[in-house]
Ligand binder design. Structure first.
Ligand code: PLP
Length: 395
């Protein structure tokens, strides 16, 4: 029997660039600085806490919204860091990572025919989530070059159908971190509207050089209309666990939970207990900026002299570089072709920035992930230094 004819819900979606580049990296024995995950383990105390949770018999369905102790720990953390008191009973839900949280928030709050503003370049799950809700993604470019929000362009994109704006700070892929003034500008822009803010804050604890993460929780006007989304995968070096959370005012959260309970219903129990126990100590997440800033600095210093030009990296564990200064035949490659060449010929896998644009916009930029052991970074740097030839006197 032939398979019945199908009409795809997501006709434009194929295999993600992350999967493609990881496979290519493996095929060519390349150091994989493409996909954003650490090549080191989470804290041994967290691993022990999982074993303890399993042994303690925390193996059945937890409450739909999540293990209470974890929701309380998250509420306490947000209150301590940002000064907003979310009610753990009504305003915090544990999710199967941020990806599920984003999809669930969009399905719960966005209706067919609505528009959702996304700021390009952006994470690849945003637009499919919006399409599955029957809505339309309205793409607004971050300012070319600086990748800072362009409020005039955002204002121009607002229509009576705009239901939400998706904001991501610290920002994947560019590493920019919104300032307090920018958050205030967003609040002022949205004040006369009913537009919701979906705030992807998965890199909340990776902000460098003494800056403060501008969570929507610090900005009452945004928090009141906002869904804060984060992920323990990033914060605890356990991307494969797929545990995250959402914090939002009770009215928004009530709608979120209606979809959540028929989407995943609950999230795996032992991990939630382990994370709750681990969060009793704030040191691991408070020390995260220093941990990653050291890696960022090591990586940036090593990249100097490779001919790759560094973009600023204010947060996240991604460093973007321009290859426009390399030998002309290499600099002329489109980003995707450059990344393939880099993986095959140099032995370092990276992600083209064009993958984060709906039209594959090409700027001679690529993204490298530095959430790696120092030895891994050194190995990648040695290959880059050996193979990349800057244009100019050295060429
Ligand atoms: C900006 C951004 N949002 C969401 C996610 C997804 O997080 P999770 O693995 O918790 O689903 C990622 C993961 O790379 C990300 O970079």
């Amino acid at each position: 029997m032939p398979t019945p004819a199908l009409t795809s819900r997501l006709p434009a979606v194929g295999t993600t660039i992350f999967t493609t580049m990881s496979a290519l990296a493996q095929q060519h024995g390349a150091v994989n600085l493409g996909q954003g995950f650490p090549d080191f383990d989470g804290d041994p105390r967290l691993m022990q806490a999982v074993k303890d949770a399993l042994d303690a018999g925390h193996n059945q369905y937890p409450p739909m919204a999540g293990v209470p102790a974890l929701r309380e720990a998250i509420a306490a953390k947000i209150a301590a860091l940002h000064g907003r008191a979310y009610d753990p009973g009504l305003e915090i839900t544990i999710t199967a990572g941020a990806t599920q949280a984003i999809l669930t928030a969009v399905l719960a709050l966005v209706h067919p025919g609505d528009e959702v503003i996304v700021l390009d370049p952006c994470y690849d799950s945003y637009e499919p989530s919006i399409l599955l809700a029957g809505a339309r993604a309205v793409h607004v470019a971050l300012t070319p070059g600086s990748f800072r929000p362009d409020f005039a362009a955002i204002a121009a994109a607002i229509t009576p159908r705009t239901r939400a704006i998706l904001v991501n700070t610290p920002h994947n892929p560019t590493g920019t971190v919104w300032t307090e003034a920018e958050m205030q500008q967003l609040a002022a822009l949205l004040a006369p509207t009913d537009i919701l803010v979906l705030a992807d804050e998965v890199y909340e604890h990776m902000v460098y050089d003494g800056a403060t993460h501008q969570s929507i929780a610090r900005h009452p006007a945004l928090a009141e209309r906002g869904v804060l989304i984060s992920s323990f995968g990033k914060t605890c070096h356990v991307t494969g666990w797929k545990v995250g959370f959402v914090a939002a005012p009770a009215a928004l959260m009530a709608e979120f939970r209606k979809v959540h309970q028929f989407n995943v219903f609950t999230v795996n129990t032992p991990m939630q207990h382990a994370l709750a126990a681990f969060m009793a100590d704030a040191a691991p997440y408070l020390e995260l900026p220093a941990f990653y800033q050291r890696k960022r600095d090591l990586f940036r210093a090593g990249l100097a002299g490779t001919g790759l030009a560094l973009l600023p990296c204010e947060g996240t564990y991604f460093q973007c570089v321009s290859y426009a200064g390399l030998a002309p035949e290499i600099a002329a490659l489109p980003e995707a072709a450059f990344c393939e060449w880099l993986t095959r010929e140099v032995g370092v896998a990276a992600i083209p920035l064009s993958a984060f644009y709906p039209d594959g916009h090409d700027q001679q930029f690529t993204r490298l992930c530095f959430a790696k052991r120092d030895e891994t970074l050194e190995r990648a740097l040695a290959r880059l230094r050996q193979h990349l030839v800057p244009r100019g006197p050295l060429a």
